[in-house]
Design a protein around this ligand. Structure first.
Ligand code: FHN
Length: 445
């Protein structure tokens, strides 16, 4: 009798011991990154800030329907149809090196692919669920192929990951299937169990496909997610890969599509995420605008694409505000990026091929955005991006140093004259570039 009791007691002790070890290691994780100095923070983000321009990709079996990823589940597409699209998903034209070369031809310096969006489908060979790319007729690990292709071309590979998951039974929200949807009978959601499912995913993505450039979280706004869980997950990811860069969508302080943290309070994460808009001028908090090249994030036949002028205008105004631009494409169900989108990206790349020195490796300012345009700077050069000429001359009254020389990157002559109010810049109208007249000011050291 005593032996049985002793056995029970020792098993109970062993379980308690294991539990304490796990909790303690989690606690150690959560404090590991808090001591990061601003110098270390800046060094960690340097490559990303210098890059200024990346490719966002929203893709999955929903591309078969041409409706929005995640959001059309239970709305335009009934849940049971949406959740079985993977059985027909066979993007045989998918060529990871082609996607990478398209990104590079656009002048994009990093790539962010949706690994799991709100619909819960996993684009990699995860051991946690059969709802993944290996269960499709395609049977190829898209994340493996794309991360390898990026590595071969020195293009930082990054993944988007949605915290909210309207497919997983442990994620406790009934709105996941759209209006009127309710959790399947007998479902008893367990958020702790769901979080450990997520942590396994993130470990797979970082350890098997990394190192990643950026982990781009999304879907933090629903009530099952808490700030405390966000803090824990941020620390967990930074412990998996200490130099990983993570956005602010683990926290509960994001001001909606503005993407900035509410009241400017310190937030969990490394950069703010304005969405479908150009962020406000901010040289203190790193930020990145994510914007679609069309209207929809995922593939949409005949989507309305932004013109080249709109794309360049968005890029210049974003970088002039000291932000990055993450421009999104939605690949087709056969695995190709639509030729119209490829053409637009190539045009952007041609522009950057000529004028990239005024974008890459620069910071926004020193002059804040003006009605006539924005400025960027690097070392002792200031680039004036004149998008809208005021009358004849441009008056600069807030340049902090003396100007040694003025030239026109987009061609033509610049005349510079000094007045009591500051400097006057003139470029003859024949030499003005309707896309962006870029005047380069060489400043006194
Ligand atoms: O709901 C998602 C949306 O589908 C898309 O992924 C964007 C991109 O950042 N984020 C969410 C909307 O804010």
């Amino acid at each position: 009798m005593m032996t049985r009791l002793m056995k029970l007691v020792s098993v109970a002790l062993l379980i308690t011991l294991i539990y304490l070890i796990v909790i303690d290691s989690e606690r150690q994780i959560s404090s590991a990154y808090e001591k990061e100095t601003i110098q270390a923070f800046d060094a960690r983000l340097q490559w990303w800030r210098d890059a200024r321009f990346g490719m966002f990709i929203h893709w999955g079996p929903v591309s078969l329907k041409g409706t929005e990823i995640g959001w059309s589940r239970g709305k335009e597409i009934p849940v049971e149809i949406y959740d079985n699209l993977y059985k027909q998903f066979n993007p045989t034209a998918f060529d990871a090196s082609e996607w990478v070369s398209i990104a590079k031809s656009a002048g994009m310096k990093y790539m962010v692919l949706t690994s799991k969006h709100h619909d819960g489908f996993c684009l990699w060979d995860t051991k946690t669920t059969a709802y993944n790319i290996m269960s499709t007729p395609f049977k190829r690990d898209v994340i493996r192929e794309l991360s390898n292709a990026c590595q071969n071309e020195d293009l930082p590979f990054c993944t988007y990951y949605s915290i909210l998951d309207w497919y997983h039974p442990d994620y406790n929200i009934s709105s996941r299937g759209g209006p009127g949807y309710s959790l399947p009978a007998g479902t008893s959601p367990q958020m702790d169990r769901y979080v450990s499912y997520m942590k396994t995913h993130l470990e797979e993505l970082v350890m098997n496909y990394g190192p990643l450039g950026v982990l781009w979280f999304d879907g933090e706004w629903e009530e099952p997610w808490t700030e405390e869980r966000g803090r824990d997950l941020y620390a967990y990811c930074r412990t998996l890969q200490p130099d990983l860069i993570i956005n602010n969508r683990l926290d509960k302080k994001r001001d909606g599509m503005e993407g900035t943290s509410i009241n400017g309070r310190q937030y969990i994460g490394d950069f703010e995420t304005p969405e479908q808009r150009i962020g406000k001028f901010n040289t203190d908090q790193p930020w990145e605008s994510c914007i679609t090249i069309g209207k929809q994030w995922a593939w949409k036949p005949d989507d309305e694409l932004k013109s080249l002028k709109e794309c360049i205008n968005i890029l210049v105004n974003t970088v002039g505000g000291d932000g990055n631009l993450l421009l999104n494409v939605g690949p087709m169900p056969n695995g190709e990026i639509e030729p119209r989108q490829v053409e637009r990206l190539k045009q952007i790349g041609q522009w950057l091929g000529k004028y990239g020195e005024s974008i890459y490796g620069t910071r926004g300012g020193p002059i804040e955005p003006q009605p006539w345009g924005v400025t960027t700077h690097r070392d002792n050069k200031v680039y004036l991006h004149i998008l809208q000429w005021p009358k004849e001359k441009l008056m600069l009254d807030s340049i902090p140093q003396n100007i040694v020389k003025a030239s026109c990157l987009t061609g033509g002559k610049v005349s510079l004259s000094r007045t009591d109010q500051g400097y006057e810049i003139l470029v003859a109208s024949a030499d003005r570039d309707p896309m962006d007249t870029i005047v380069v000011l060489d400043m006194e050291k």
